[in-house]
Design a protein. Structure first.
Length: 122
């Protein structure tokens, strides 16, 4: 019998999203509704889909590469080690402006659910 606080390793593989990036979900489960954690990967020259997350705030922690993050029309260049806090409901997208894949952690509070995602490109 497993302890209630234990969450076994997941073998979830990286997957492509219509947002134009790859996602690996590291932590998103019923036992932890207050937050989720994913690793996003954006290829060079790609800009993710303009979108918002209803009822979910997001933190980006850049792991590799460099990009330009746009939140509610305000643009900010980011590089490995930089962080950003994106309020719930804010329009957002990120562009990989480097020569290598842009990788960043996405910490969502509360946890991400697909129903919170709103495509703002049409």
């Amino acid at each position: 019998m497993m302890a209630q606080f234990f969450i076994p390793k997941s073998d979830r593989a990286e997957f492509w999203t219509e947002e134009r990036c790859y996602i690996t979900e590291l932590h998103n489960c019923d036992q932890s509704p207050e937050a989720s954690l994913a690793l996003a990967r954006v290829e060079p020259g790609v800009t993710t889909q303009l979108h918002r997350l209803d009822g979910v705030s997001e933190r980006y922690i850049l792991r590799k590469g460099e990009g330009t993050l746009e939140v509610d029309g305000i643009r900010q260049n980011l590089k490995a080690g930089d962080q950003a806090v994106i309020p719930a409901g804010a329009s957002q997208r990120i562009e990989n402006i480097g020569d290598v894949d842009l990788e960043f952690y996405c910490l969502c509070v509360p946890r991400f659910h697909p129903a919170s995602y709103v495509n703002l490109e049409g």
